[in-house]
Design a protein around this ligand. Structure first.
Ligand SMILES: [Mg+2]
Length: 461
C-alpha cells in the first residue's frame, strides 16, 4: 500500500518500519523514492552516510507538528486498484483459505476480495489480527517449514481450491494446493510460472495484462511482443528459474533478467509482469512498482477460479508447462556462518580453484558477476552453466550472514521441448501418468539432488 500511495499522492519518498518476513526483533525499514520503487545505489549509501553522521538519535531535533495522518481513502484507492487486476468477466466461484501470519494483510485482503467480487476468504483466525510479536510462528516467512501449518489445518476442514499466505507486511504471497490428498506448498518459481502463464493467456485473449508500467522504452536485445503488438515485458531476478524466459520466448514476449530484489525488477522499462523466486510477484506494475502479495493473491485466485470452471487445477497447468518446455526443477540452500569473513573465504576459494566438473558434468561457462555487463550491474556472485544446461549461482545474502546457492536443472519431457530450446509443442493427447512426465520429474529430482550435494561440498565452510 505504501508503494502505491507514493505514486498515488505524488510523494517524494516513502518509509515503512517492518520486520517483513523476518523474526520480530529484526525490525528495519524500507525506503522508497518518488517513483514508488525501493532505493538502489547510490542513494542507499548516501542515506547510510547521513545516519552514520548522527551522533545519537536523541540529538536529532524533532518537530511537534507539521504532519498529517492520512485517512481511509488511501486504503480504498489501493483496494480499488488491486481489485482491478481481476477481469470483470472472470468466474468468481472459488474457495480460498488465507493467512496473514499475524501481519497487516488480512483486513486488506478481505476488502480486496470483496471489491473484486470473490467470496470472502476463510481466514486463519489465530493469525488474523496484527501482532508485532508473531506469537504462533517462529519465522513468519510462508516459505519456512511449519509457517503455514495453521492454514493447512484449516484447509483440512474447509477443502478450499487454494491456500494463500502473505508475509506480515503482505508483499510476499505463497500458495499451497491439494496434491493427491496432501497440501503441497508451491515453490516460488512454480507460482512465478503459473502467474506468468495466466498473464500470457490474458494477453492472448486480448485486452492486455492486469497492468503495466508506464515506461515504454525497449529492453536491449528483445523485440516487441508478438501478441497484437502489445509489447509486453516479463522480468525475473537472475536466481529465479529460466522457465519464465522460455515461456516468454515461446509467446513472443520480451523478457529481462535483473539482479535480485524488486528494486531492480520493478525498474525494468515497460514491465508487464515480474517475479523473484522468494515468493515476490509484481502483477500490477502500473499501480505498484514493487512486489505486492495482495494483487498477486487476487490474480492467482482468478486463475484458480477459471481453472475450476474447466475442471482443472494449478497442478494441471504446471504439467502443461513441463510438457511444453521441459521440467525446470529448482532448489536452493544456505550456508550459515557466524563470521562474515568465512563467506569471503568461500568465494575466494571458488575463484582460486574454479570447478571444471560438477556432479559428472563439465562446467561449460562460468561468470564472475562482480564484472558486470551492459544488462547487469556488478554484484558479488558466481554463476555456472554445466554442459547439461544446469545452472548454479552462488552469492552472499544481502541481509543475513549466509551464503546462498541457487540450482536449476532442465529435464526434457517426452513429447515436449528439449532442454535448451528446440521445437515447441505439447505432448498431444497423452493422458496423465502415461506421458513420461512422472519419469522426467524423477530424473530431474535426481539430477538436482546430485547437483545440491556437489555444491554443498564446494561451499562447505
Ligand atoms: Mg515482506
Amino acid at each position: 500500500m505504501l508503494a502505491f500511495a507514493i505514486r498515488y499522492l505524488g510523494a517524494h519518498a516513502g518509509v515503512m518500519v517492518t520486520a517483513s518476513h523476518n523474526p520480530p526483533q529484526d525490525n528495519g525499514y524500507k525506503v522508497y523514492l518518488g517513483d514508488g520503487s525501493q532505493i538502489v545505489p547510490p542513494v542507499d549509501a548516501e542515506i547510510a552516510a547521513h545516519i552514520a553522521a548522527v551522533p545519537s538519535v536523541a540529538s536529532v531535533p524533532r518537530v511537534e507538528d507539521g504532519w498529517e495522518t492520512l485517512g481511509d481513502e488511501i486504503e480504498q484507492a489501493y483496494v480499488d486498484a488491486a481489485a482491478s487486476v481481476v477481469r470483470p468477466d472472470a468466474p468468481r466461484a472459488v474457495s480460498v483459505v488465507h493467512t496473514s501470519l499475524h501481519g497487516v494483510g488480512s483486513a486488506t485482503v478481505e476488502k480486496a476480495f470483496a471489491a473484486a467480487g470473490f467470496p470472502a476468504p476463510h481466514e486463519v483466525s489465530s493469525q488474523q489480527a496484527p501482532d508485532p510479536d508473531f506469537p504462533s510462528v517462529a519465522f513468519p516467512n510462508p516459505e519456512e517449514p511449519g509457517a503455514i501449518d495453521a492454514a493447512l489445518a484449516l484447509a483440512g476442514s474447509v477443502r478450499p481450491d487454494v491456500v494463500l499466505a502473505n508475509d506480515p507486511d503482505a508483499d510476499r504471497c505463497a500458495a499451497a494446493v491439494d496434491d493427491h490428498g496432501t497440501w503441497r506448498m508451491l515453490r516460488g518459481d512454480e507460482l512465478g510460472a503459473l502467474l506468468g502463464q495466466h498473464v500470457i493467456d490474458r494477453l492472448a485473449a486480448g485486452g492486455g495484462a492486469a497492468g503495466r508500467a508506464d515506461a515504454t522504452a525497449g529492453v536491449d536485445g528483445v523485440g516487441a511482443g508478438g501478441l497484437g503488438g502489445d509489447g509486453a515485458v516479463f522480468a525475473n531476478s537472475i536466481v529465479s528459474s529460466r522457465l519464465l524466459a522460455a515461456m516468454a520466448r515461446d509467446a513472443g514476449i520480451a523478457h529481462a533478467e535483473t539482479l535480485t530484489g524488486f528494486k531492480w525488477i520493478a525498474r525494468v522499462p515497460g514491465l508487464t509482469y515480474g517475479y523473484e523466486e522468494a515468493i515476490g510477484y509484481c502483477v500490477d506494475p502500473q499501480h505498484v512498482q514493487d512486489k505486492d502479495g495482495i494483487s498477486a493473491a487476487l490474480l492467482l485466485t482468478e486463475m484458480t477460479a477459471i481453472l475450476r470452471g474447466q475442471g482443472r487445477t494449478l497442478l494441471d497447468v504446471l504439467d502443461d508447462l513441463a510438457r511444453r518446455h521441459g521440467v525446470y526443477a529448482t532448489d536452493a540452500f544456505s550456508v550459515r556462518v557466524d563470521d562474515l569473513a568465512i563467506i569471503g573465504q568461500i568465494m575466494a576459494r571458488l575463484r582460486a580453484n574454479p570447478p571444471s566438473t560438477v556432479a559428472g558434468h563439465q562446467v561449460s561457462r562460468a561468470d564472475d558477476l562482480t564484472v558486470g555487463s551492459p544488462d547487469l550491474p556488478p554484484t558479488e556472485g558466481l554463476r555456472y552453466y554445466l554442459d547439461d544446461d544446469s545452472r548454479v549461482i552462488v552469492r552472499p545474502s544481502g541481509t543475513e550472514p549466509k551464503l546462498k546457492v541457487y540450482l536449476e536443472v532442465i529435464e526434457p519431457a517426452a513429447g515436449g521441448a528439449a532442454a535448451g530450446g528446440g521445437a515447441g509443442g505439447g505432448a498431444g493427447a497423452a493422458g496423465a501418468g502415461d506421458d513420461g512426465l512422472p519419469e522426467a520429474r524423477r530424473r530431474a529430482a535426481e539430477r538436482l539432488a546430485a547437483l545440491v550435494d556437489a555444491f554443498r561440498a564446494l561451499t562447505a565452510p
